[in-house]
Design a protein around this ligand. Sequence first.
Ligand SMILES: C[S@@+](CC[C@H](N)C(=O)[O-])C[C@H]1O[C@@H](n2cnc3c(N)ncnc32)[C@H](O)[C@@H]1O
Length: 291
Amino acid sequence: MSAFSEKDFDAKGYSKSRPSYPESFYKLIDKYHRGSRFHLVDVGCGPGTATFQLADNLDSFQEIIGTDISATMVERARNRKTEHPGKYANVSFAVSPADDFSFLVGSETAPQHCDMITAVQCAHWLDFPKFQNAVANVLRKDGTLAVWGYADPIFPEYPKLDNLLGEFTYGAKYLGPFWDPGRQVLRNLMRDLHVDTKLFTDVEERCFDSTFIRSKKHNPLLVTKTFTLKHFENYIKSWSSYHSWKKSNRDEKRDITKRFSDRVLQLYPQMTLQSRLQVVWKSFYKLGRRL
Ligand SMILES: C[S@@+](CC[C@H](N)C(=O)[O-])C[C@H]1O[C@@H](n2cnc3c(N)ncnc32)[C@H](O)[C@@H]1O
């Protein structure tokens, strides 16, 4: 996924404007996991969004390694670690493709020694079968694979904005042409890709779409954040499609995010750029236990 790997990608803006994941979800993974807790690898870790949360919320893993193909993201993750001196001594980061675990030093007798592997908000860009095979090679028996992500927020208090954001995200006149193919997989909440039952057992796969969110049923992966409209523009600027739009429209004086805010203000004239909007993302997770 090239946009995040580019040197000028705003990894700091990304970590400031993206949501993190609820404690309830880490409790769910904690309960799911069986056995030892030596090594956890968080692939596609970006600026360490889930990596630090895994360290904070899961019952003590000895070593947590975040990996990402983007050196820009890994640098940001390492900088975030230095913002917490003395904390996260068991967390480190490495530049690595998600399906390469060669940095793990196994032994001939115990090549499969990883206890948990997570792929958060990145699996839609991977060759999922190939990734699962690579995971299966290093995950010990009963080790946990946890994949989760989110897409396309809805605005529970301002339903008219859902269509507007949909058009802005995918419409041909807006950011639609600037996504790469993985986006369709994410947009579909990875429904068509499944944990391989030849490699994993106790598989759990769940999706929380807009109907589910509006039903207000219990959602263990409730990904939510409150933005001002102005800060929501910054969230849009963290999208890979925005980064690609910007590259193709260097001379454009009016930022494309303004076109979104202008339409919001037309639809809801009582709003201002400082108005606060709660957003809830559609989300999904997939869990498996190594056979
Ligand atoms: C949307 S970010 C998610 C970051 C973080 N996991 C989170 O939850 O916010 C996706 C990350 O996946 C990384 N990525 C994409 N393809 C990858 C691959 N084949 N191998 C490793 N990382 C990859 C990108 O560089 C990017 O940092």
